[in-house]
Design a protein around this ligand. Structure first.
Ligand code: FAD
Length: 386
């Protein structure tokens, strides 16, 4: 097996790296790490990336992409997350591929070019108060009313809803069929009257939202694909979302490694502790494997090989590395590890405590680790479903 990038992919990696080294300013990083999602600096960076033709590298040229190999999509996400840039998960990874695969010709014309230009942000709205892991139980209702649907109900944990232009929204359109079969997907303009957004914060300070729909009118032209086929589109898009990256974990590891190899406590280097060098070697191994799992998924998705459990495997493994990495980081730097970003005594650019507190989030978003294990057990190992 040849694990090397092609010369074209290497050139793309170099181009993205050089761009991000220059353009990811302290303001962008601060905004990104503030937990408030996309602000003006992040938006400006994404537009610049769009102008430089970097965002939709793997999309065909007719959709505003660059027509490069599928792997460049993952090179992009790895580099962006390594540089702490606002990785455009919700619009390049979820709604983007979703519209490309399932949208009407009009939707492709209307959205794909603007997504590739870095002009648009989408929020993904699947989860509801009683429909999380069992997301097919969702109840937000869209009722047919002539040339439009009328939407009522509530979503929860709706990240980016407060700064998004559009919502990639799953709703119930048929109550008479089994729960997986009565779901449809819509693209909702966030300026539509009747939408109320309330903030919710995780304990690491990351913003997500509750969103309420009160007689929200949506034209029928905003339906994605076929009515009542939303479940298939959601599952397809989730495989893209779960693809993820270990880029930011590699950055956290590199920062920790540099610090413990140079800094001393009571005259002794931190890394002189045997337990720590063993943990660091183990983490380096996990990061290498995590990256390969995700590249394999990229290859499968974009050569149209069926993805069954591979996205879950990649997501689960990356979530476990995150827990491990920041647990080791907190332990290795002692009491300094308990300082938040705003303390002048934080020993590294990144507060390891903030990252540590934020780690469990990644075991929940886009399906919990338990659900990823269930998928691997049933679809990967073919164990019977209970
Ligand atoms: C910070 C954050 C951001 C999010 N952003 C978004 C977003 O933008 N859009 C969106 O749609 N959703 C979003 N989510 C929602 C996320 O996908 C759900 O929280 C997740 O799927 C779990 O659903 P739940 O919270 O209802 O927990 P539940 O489904 O109630 O699960 C509770 C616990 O039970 C376990 N459990 C449930 N069912 C099973 C089972 N069958 N087998 C084994 N264990 C099980 C779970 O693993 C979990 O530990 C976000 C969540 C968070 C925390």
């Amino acid at each position: 097996m040849d694990f090397r990038f092609t010369p074209e992919e290497e050139a793309f990696q170099k181009e993205v790296r050089e761009f991000l080294d220059k353009e990811v300013t302290k303001e962008v990083i601060h905004e990104h790490k503030s937990g408030e999602s996309l602000g003006p600096h992040s938006r400006a960076l994404l537009r610049k990336m769009g102008e430089a033709d970097l965002l939709a590298s793997a999309w065909p040229k007719e959709y505003g992409g660059r027509g490069l190999s599928p792997v460049t999509r993952f090179i992009l996400s790895e580099e962006m997350s390594y540089h702490a840039a606002p990785y455009p998960l919700t619009f390049v990874e979820v709604a983007g591929p979703g519209i490309r695969h399932y949208g009407t010709e009009e939707q492709k014309k209307e959205f794909l070019g603007r997504i590739a230009n870095g002009e648009l942000e989408f929020a993904t709205a699947y989860t509801e108060p009683n429909a999380g892991s069992d997301v097919a139980a969702l109840k937000v209702r869209a009722v047919d009313s002539g040339d439009k649907f009328i939407i009522n109900g509530q979503k929860v944990f709706n990240s980016h809803a407060h700064c998004a232009d559009y919502m990639w929204l799953a709703v119930r359109t048929d109550l008479t069929v089994s729960k997986h079969k009565g779901i449809s997907l819509f693209i909702l303009d966030m300026k539509t009257p009747g939408i109320t957004i309330r903030p919710m914060y995780t304990f690491a300070g990351v913003r997500t939202n509750e969103v309420f729909f009160d007689d929200v009118e949506i034209p029928k032209s905003c339906l994605v694909g076929e009515l009542n086929h939303g479940w298939d589109y959601m599952m397809g898009a989730l495989n893209y979302e779960r693809g993820g990256t270990v880029g930011d974990l590699q950055a956290g590891f590199d920062e920790l490694l540099k610090y413990v190899a140079e800094a001393k406590r009571e005259g002794k280097l931190y890394c002189d502790e045997d337990w720590l060098s063993e943990e660091l070697a183990q983490l380096a191994t996990e990061l290498r494997i995590g990256g390969w799992l995700i590249y394999r998924l990229a290859y499968m998705q974009d050569t149209e090989k069926p993805v069954t459990y591979e996205a879950s495997l990649g997501k689960l493994y990356a979530s476990e590395i995150r827990l491990h990495l920041y647990n080791v980081a907190i332990q290795s730097i002692g009491l300094h590890g308990q300082l938040r970003d705003w303390s002048k005594y934080v020993p590294m650019d990144t507060s390891m405590l903030t990252e540590f507190l934020d780690s469990p989030r990644w075991c929940i978003v886009a399906g919990t680790s338990e659900i990823q294990r269930n998928i691997m057990a049933t679809r990967g190992l073919k164990l019977p479903t209970k």
